[in-house]
Design a protein around this ligand. Structure first.
Ligand SMILES: [Zn+2]
Length: 300
């Protein structure tokens, strides 16, 4: 592998190449095969011999910086929301113990997803072994993040329909246990299984339409006040999911302008940001639905 010239060093933010953190960057055709995957991101690849340097690359400007920081900050946001909800918000609205547990599990799932992704983008450049192990954790994190959307969604949506709530929680539980067993297959993380992984994530996301439509029906149809209020929030989270999927699959915009989005604006970075926005939106929608339910207790 060719070493880069000093001009290709990644600089710590607002600094010069001679500053303490110097991370050498490589072009796509110079990096080992396990770092390849998106030929339209043509440069800016860190390839680092030690975990210590990987940690130091947190403060360097590479093609992974936005990927790392978008989900590291996302983790801090969901950690902050978790503390705020439990210490301040839940006591103020008199939410039940179950409400608190379910919303907290949802936020812990988001935090796991964010941390796994941060670790993957920080350490994948170290070695093929590190890359594969962190990729497994990153892909598991996507499933865990989706589980974190379903649990509060089902619990709050079917708040007054406890039988259906339990049925859907059981179905979702079974579905995700099956997915996690499926993910123990070593082939699952290979490039050859990229399309199968996509199909699985689409199925996991798309399955939510069934309880959503059922929820509309059980609440009296589209004209029911609770449906009028919260169906648009479900629509928005699905639109955000579609947008995230679009970036993940299309590799837009770098496919149209190869090399122009190496450091900022690439499809994977956009996917990261949209995922954080979708999780924040869904959590906020859950908070609103819980407050609505506590304000209008179930009839029976
Ligand atoms: Zn990622």
């Amino acid at each position: 592998m060719n070493r880069c010239s000093p001009s290709e060093c990644s600089l710590p933010l607002n600094s010069q190449c001679k500053a303490p953190v110097q991370i050498q960057l490589f072009n796509y055709n110079e990096v080992p095969h396990f770092l390849k995957g998106n030929p339209y991101v043509t440069g800016g690849y860190p390839s680092l011999p030690s975990l210590h340097l990987c940690m130091r690359s947190l403060l360097a400007w590479t093609n992974e910086t936005v990927n790392v920081w978008s989900h590291l900050l996302g983790f801090l946001v969901f950690l902050g929301l978790c503390l705020w909800d439990n210490i301040v918000w839940m006591p103020s609205i008199n939410g039940s113990f179950t409400d608190r547990v379910i919303l907290t599990i949802g936020l812990l799932c988001y935090q796991f997803c964010m941390l796994a992704s941060t670790g993957y983008h920080l350490f994948r450049c170290h070695s093929e072994t590190a890359c594969n192990k962190w990729l497994a954790l990153d892909l598991t994190g996507i499933s865990v993040g989706l589980l974190g959307c379903y649990l509060p969604g089902i619990h709050l949506g079917f708040y007054c329909l406890s039988v259906w709530r339990d049925v859907y929680l059981l179905v979702i539980g079974g579905l995700f246990v099956a997915v996690f067993i499926f993910q123990t297959q070593p082939k699952y993380y290979s490039d050859n299984w990229f399309r199968r992984r996509l199909v699985l994530y689409c199925f996991l996301t798309g399955y939510g339409v069934i309880p959503a439509v059922h929820w509309v029906y059980l609440n009296g149809g589209l004209s029911a006040p609770v449906v009028q209020m919260f169906a648009p929030k479900i629509a928005v989270v699905y639109l955000l999911g579609l947008l995230a999927f679009f970036f993940y699959v299309s590799k837009f915009p770098e496919k149209v302008f190869p090399g122009r989005f190496n450091f900022i604006g690439s499809s994977h970075q956009m996917w990261h940001v949209v995922v954080v926005v979708a999780f924040v939106w869904w959590h906020h929608s859950g908070q609103l639905l819980l407050m609505y339910r506590l304000g209008q207790p179930c009839n029976n």
